[in-house]
Design a protein around this ligand. Structure first.
Ligand SMILES: [Zn+2]
Ligand SMILES: [Zn+2]
Length: 206
């Protein structure tokens, strides 16, 4: 399989990349967008329910932690997109990793079945985040993580409408344009998807 740095990839307007010859493995790399979005929303609501009923955290604190989780997600989204998905592929292993996790999306931006991590990976990520936040912040995890996970669901939604639909005539238009600039104009700019906030902060506004 040939790998190229995303900046060298010309986006194709149709078609899909076959990543695995094995049909089962290949199917596991794809998902309908509604599956991970629903998984994350249900997970988030379940955690919030637990925060209110079992962890018995005060409501104001749940609110603050939830909003903090949301904000931290937008930062994580920015950093992962900028430094992991667009890492410099200076070794064949890095190039291969980069292509599989993100280059393929830059080459086939309209392949709707590859706009989110497949469900099994999504579930593993959710459980990994739960373990990590429980370890790092104890009971506060049940209010912080739902904010973070809702941010992730929001990101998936914005990302999907950017690639699957024409520019919307509502509040999402700004985000639609922002991410389209990242794909079709400057791949070293506009790394935020669910918000352009960190592009302002770190000077990568297009
Ligand atoms: Zn990208
Ligand atoms: Zn995209």
């Amino acid at each position: 399989m040939e790998q190229t740095h995303p900046s060298a990839i010309r986006p194709k307007h149709s078609g899909q990349k076959v990543l695995f010859q094995n049909p089962i493995l290949e199917k596991l790399t794809r998902t309908h967008i509604a599956i991970p979005i629903s998984m994350y929303i249900i997970f988030s609501i379940g955690l919030l329910y637990y925060a209110f009923t079992q962890a018995a955290l005060p409501a104001y604190l749940i609110g603050i932690l939830f909003l903090t989780g949301l904000l931290v997600f937008t930062l994580a989204e920015y950093l992962v997109h900028r430094y992991v998905f667009h890492l410099r592929p200076d070794t064949p292993a890095k190039a291969k990793f980069q292509y599989a996790v993100h280059g393929v999306h830059h080459e086939y931006p309209k392949d709707k079945s590859r706009l989110a991590m497949p469900p099994i990976l999504s579930a593993l990520i959710a459980l990994g985040l739960l373990a990590l936040t429980q370890w790092a912040m104890g009971e506060y995890a049940y209010a912080f993580l739902p904010g973070f996970v809702m941010g992730y669901a929001g990101y998936l939604f914005v990302h999907y409408i950017t690639h699957a639909y024409a520019p919307p005539k509502n509040v999402f238009k700004v985000l639609w344009v922002h991410h389209s600039i990242h794909h079709y104009k400057s791949q070293d700019k506009a790394f935020g998807v669910s918000s352009p906030l960190w592009d302002y902060v770190f000077g990568t506004m297009p």
